[in-house]
Write a protein that binds this ligand. Structure first.
Ligand code: NAD
Ligand code: USQ
Length: 387
């Protein structure tokens, strides 16, 4: 298939582009490298050394003989988005290209505005480009489990059947997102659903859980193909971040009680889910939602798992409960459905001690690159800054 990977220089996008290329698909990566610029803005960088996109792609070509095309530009710019879709005419467009950090979106007004404009306008541009140029193209959009929040009932895959005053309908599942970033994903979902209903486009919203682990078969082939590893208080996510903290001899930072429960997925399964979605497109006019995670963990459970694995490697981790910088429930019911990708053939890599140990060792090997001062959370949900 001809597959456009928007955001293909990022943590999920780069391994996905390689995986799809390795499977024989014709791949084009579109990215504006904004994620690398946000590192410069925040004074942080990937724990692993990451090469620039040209070097990554040249190395891939040398190793495999496969070509990956590139288009460098901002998808929130209407002309660029249109030209990329027009030039490549994708059969599937995988859309990773958004500002994806909840804390970044909560820094102040300008970061909230940037996040929502970048994400919502970028997605709108792609919808209009697909609608006019390639209406048969399947949009595979990365959403997030955080769109649903933590309701006191089971979470379904996108829709819920409700009986109200004697009548019944199947409606979008209610959304209770927890940051301006998560809200941008809800706005995207509504816009995509509308475009499917109104123009007959076909789309899959992949409501992904927190992604952990770093390397895939393809990124591990050569150091120049290495994937990024975020660990700081803004872009680092729970498990990977805890491993960097433990390996560096810093405290594992559980926010509040740690009863926050989320869906998690190994990066090796993320890349596979994208291909499964691409191989099994929805009908024209259908807005399909899959919950893309493989297991649920509480944050305290994850922290304890990291603590145990670190001790077995003779590290001396400490687990601390910080005042929660976020506004979120710390003990709650959580039971989310995730059968649709399994039904298509996903065989999950479930989290085990071996994966945690590998992450701890990766962090240990790159310890001299850690900016310790970026570990503690700096962004407080409760205090709005005009900024
Ligand atoms: P990332 O920041 O590592 O990668 C995103 C990429 O998109 C970056 O390379 C960035 O430069 C690019 N980008 C952003 N805005 C752009 C624009 N306007 N034009 C062109 N390129 C742009 O993020 P990631 O972790 O790879 O996440 C990818 C997607 O998956 C995001 O949409 C995110 O919301 C979603 N997601 C991620 C996780 C996770 O745990 N990482 C979990 C659930 C969902
Ligand atoms: N948390 C801690 N300690 C930390 C970091 C986080 O206790 O040091 C807690 C947070 O308070 C939260 C949970 O862990 O309750 C998850 O936080 P996170 O930073 O790992 O992930 P989150 O902010 O939810 O965002 C990440 C990605 C985002 C994606 C989302 C999926 O950055 O792009 O959409 O995971 S989900 O969580 O399902 O919405």
């Amino acid at each position: 298939m001809r597959i456009l990977v928007a955001g293909g220089d990022g943590f999920c996008g780069w391994p996905t582009a390689l995986y799809l290329s390795a499977q024989g698909h014709e791949v084009l990566v579109a990215d504006d490298f904004s994620r690398r610029r946000w590192d410069a803005e925040l004074g942080t960088e990937s724990l692993t050394r990451i090469s620039d996109l040209d070097a990554r792609i040249s190395r891939w070509r040398e190793l495999t003989g496969r070509e990956i095309q590139t288009a460098v530009g901002d998808l929130a710019e209407g002309r660029f988005a249109y030209e990329v879709v027009d030039g490549f005419k994708p059969e599937a467009l995988v859309h990773f290209a958004e500002q994806r950090s909840a804390p970044y979106s909560m820094i102040d007004r300008s970061h909230a505005v940037f996040t929502q404009v970048n994400n919502v306008v970028g997605t709108l541009n792609l919808l209009f480009a697909i609608g006019e140029i390639s209406p048969d193209c399947h949009l595979i959009k990365l959403g997030t489990m955080g769109e649903y929040g933590t309701p006191n009932i089971d979470i379904e895959e996108g829709y819920i059947t409700i009986e109200h005053k004697g009548r019944t309908d199947t409606l979008p599942y209610p959304k209770q997102p927890g940051s301006f970033y998560h809200l941008s994903k809800v706005h995207d979902s509504h816009n995509i659903m509308f475009a499917c209903r109104t123009w007959g486009l076909k789309a899959t919203d992949l409501n992904q859980g927190v992604v952990y682990n770093v390397e895939t078969t393809e990124t591990a082939l050569d150091p120049i193909l290495a994937n990024r590893y975020d660990y700081d208080g803004i872009f680092g996510t729970a498990l990977n971040r805890f491993c960097a903290q433990a390996a560096n001899g810093d405290a594992i930072t559980v926010y509040g009680q740690g009863g926050q429960t989320r869906g998690f997925i190994d990066i090796r399964d993320t890349v596979r889910c994208i291909e499964l979605a691409a191989h099994n497109p929805p009908e024209s006019g259908e807005f399909r939602v899959f919950n893309q995670f493989t297991e649920q963990w509480s944050i305290l459970g994850l922290a304890r798992l990291v603590e145990k694995a670190a001790r077995s490697l003779e590290m001396e981790p400490e687990l601390v409960h910080l005042d929660n910088p976020r506004v979120e429930k710390e003990t709650h019911y959580y039971n989310a459905a995730n059968t649709r990708l399994m039904d298509l053939g996903l065989k999950p890599h479930l989290l085990d001690e071996e994966t945690v140990e590998r992450l701890l060792l990766t962090a240990m090997e790159n310890r001299d690159r850690i900016h310790t001062e970026t570990f503690l959370p700096q962004v407080n949900w409760r205090r709005p800054h005009y900024g």
